[in-house]
Every structure is written in structure tokens, then in C-alpha cells.
Design a protein around this ligand. Sequence first.
Ligand code: PHE
Length: 470
Amino acid sequence: MSSQRVSLHGMWSSRAIFVMATVGSAVGLGNIWKFPYISGEYGGGAFIVVYLACIALIGIPIMMAEILLGRRGRSSPISTMRQLAREEGASPAWSLVGYSGVVAGFLILSFYSVIAGWALAYVFQSASGGLNGVTAERAAGLFGDLVGSPWQLMIWHSVFMSMTVVVVARGVRRGLERAVTLLMPALFAMLLIMVGYAYVEGDFIRGFEFMFNVDFSKVFQLCTGAAEELQCQFHGEPVLVAMGHAFFTLSLGMGAIMAYGAYVPEHASITGATIAIAIADTLVALLAGLAIFPIVFASGLEPAAGPGLIFQTLPIAFGNMPGGQWFGTVFFILLVFAAWTSSISIAEPAVAWLVEIRGWRRGSAAVLVGCLAWFMGIGSVLSFNLWSGEEYQLFGKTLFDLKDFLASNIMLPLGGLLIALFVAYGAGRHMALEELAISRQHLFDAWWFVIRFVAPVGIAMVFLNSIGVF
Ligand code: PHE
């Protein structure tokens, strides 16, 4: 049935381009900025194992579901969900998945652009020689100066949001195809060089151990009381965060991948593409960790330094390696590109939807979405300076933290849960069978089992645990 449908927004010219664009969406600040800093905050090893398990057991199956829905619907996530629900005789309320995705997209874009702005600032910092020979203290000072200045952050946030709007306005296809094919491999190569540096100059063993030495009791137990009568309890928050991050890093649960799936050529294999995307994404995150933690330990820094972690550690490497000024500049440029290819996919569901329902030109839709996200971003900017104090916090979180927490740890997994439920129960087996066209029956059956039981039950249990049900 879907073979007659063509997306109003254009199509990828090949499956390989789809994979590249989706890797572009998946690989971004989530891998290089967020993964190391939350792994650091939640104690490393055990947290990383849970994150990897979530990628394999929940992320990959749900990504397949999102792509297949997108390709079948061939429109924005909101319209796709509405239309497929109608075709399958399910409730029109399923389109709420699309709406909640658009809201999550705004929340994410409104902090993503601010952090990408930091990376932009570091391009110039590095190119001008500002990182040459920095010590750990100086690197921390430079970062503090940057985030302490609302004006600087606003400028970089504005620049990055404009960059996003320009590409989205031109249509993801034209804007993206060339950029991702070149830049993603370059980023990968650069990370390998950084890991090489960390191996030689950093405390590689400790960094490695921190990441891969799995001690569940350290991360998932909260103990109180004196040594003799220690009371230990299961501590679920790291599991919630690890699961949320699996969604965030794979761009799942908000329709970004569904929107990209809408432009996939008819006969492309969804399974192979998904596995390639997930592997690439995971490798980049692990490499980023291996580049950063050895430097953290060698420089006496704290793994739990928070969102500034990579900006306080990588400059030490660049500042002290031969040719570091050049390497640093190239690295931050690539980081900006990685963030750019992600941010356009965050905006895409909202823009595609506005084009469909309002008949607007992409340009106008992109500008509107960009302006709204920019405005919301002011709160993220101020979270690091004027509004960083306790009087501006809720549950001990700044506005930036709250937006990240709500979008990444609640809305994305919830969206993913509903997507799994729609594919498994709202639509049913025939649709998935047709779209996935997996030739090996037992592979399909395994996926079907996961999408019906493992993923929904897993997500639901993590949620129930975090609201204290058990
Ligand atoms: N996956 C992107 C990253 O890791 C962020 C993203 C989230 C993109 C949600 C699209 C949708 O940086």
C-alpha cells in the first residue's frame, strides 16, 4: 500500500543517504557532551551497562518501529499517526504521540542550541590560540567565564539556532546529504586521535576502569546509616536516566526518526539500517568516553563535574598536544556539525507538520519553529548564570536540568512506549510484516516479541519504579 505514497517533503536519494542522515541525527551532543557527563555523574560502569542494554533491548526495536511507521505514513509524525490509526481502525487519539513529540522537540531544541553554542564558542577560543598550554584550572576558568556571561551565551545560541533554521528551511535533503557523508567520518577519525592522545598522556587505565568496571551496587544502591547498620535500598534514578539517554542519543520517541523514515525509499531494509545506525552511535559515545575520562583522572578532575565536563577536559588535551590549536579547532568544528545535523532533525517534525496543515512554505515554518525554540532557549541560557541559584530551582534542578529531564527521561520513553504499543496492538502484525519484510521468520518473531512485551514492560517498569510504585 505504501508504495503509492510519496512524501510531500521529498525523498532521500538512496538508502545509504538515509542511513547517513539518521546517523547525523543520532550522533550529536548526546554522544560527545551528554554521554560522558551523565556517565560521570552516575558513576560509570554499571550505568553504562544499563544504557547499552537499553539501546539493544529497547532502542533498536523501537527505532525499527519508528522508521516503519514513518515510511508507511510518508508525512509528518502527527499526520502519519493520525492516518495510520484511521487505516488500521484504531483511535485517532494515537496522533497524540505526534503532538507530544513536537512538544518534546521544542524542549530539547531549546537547550540543545545553547550547548551547541558552547561548542561554537570553543571553535573560536581554540582557533585564536586561547587554549594553548592551558592547565586544568585555566580550562575550568575559561568555561566558567563563558557560561557566566548571559550575553555571550545568547549570541552563540542565536547563531546556532539560525544555522538550524537555514538548513531546515532548505529541506533536510538538500541541506544534509553532502554534509553528513563527509563530516561524520571526519568526526570519527578525530575521536580516534583523541583516544590515542588519552591513551598516551591520560590515565587510560583508570578511565577505562571507570567506564567498564561494572559494580551495580555502587550505582544502584543508596545506603544510609552508620557502617554497622547500613540500610541499603535500590536506587532507580540512574536506570531512568540511562533509559532516557538511550532514547535521546538514538533520537527516538519524538518523531525525528519517524519524520526521516517518511523519506526512505521503498525497498530499503529497515533492520540493517537500524543496526548500522545504533552501532555507529554507540561507538561514537564510547570513543568520546575513552577520550575524556583518562584526561579527567590524569588532571585530577571530577568525573561528576556536570554539563561542563568535556569543555573542561578536552581543552587540556588540545592545549598541550603538538598541533593542538589546529586539532582543537577542527574537533570543535566537527562537534558543531554533529550538533547541527541533529538539531535539524529535532525541528523537522514540527516544520513538516506546519507545512502540511497550514500549507506554509518550509522557510516560514522553519523560522517560526526556530523563533519559538530560541525564545524558550533564553531560560536555558540563564540557568547557567542569573538563574542558577537555588531560589530559581525546582526539585534541586535548574530550568535547563528540568527541560532535559522532562524531555529526555519522561517524554521520549513515553513516546517510545506508545509507538511500541501502536505498532504491536493498535495496528497489528500485518503492517509490521509488510513494512519490515524480514526474510528470516525467526528474526521477525524475535523483534515482534520485543516490541509487544519486552520494550513496553521494560519502559513501564522503569517509570513505575521512579514514581515509587515499587
Ligand atoms: N540524538 C541526538 C544526540 O545525541 C539528539 C536528538 C534527540 C536528536 C532527539 C533528535 C531527537 O545528540
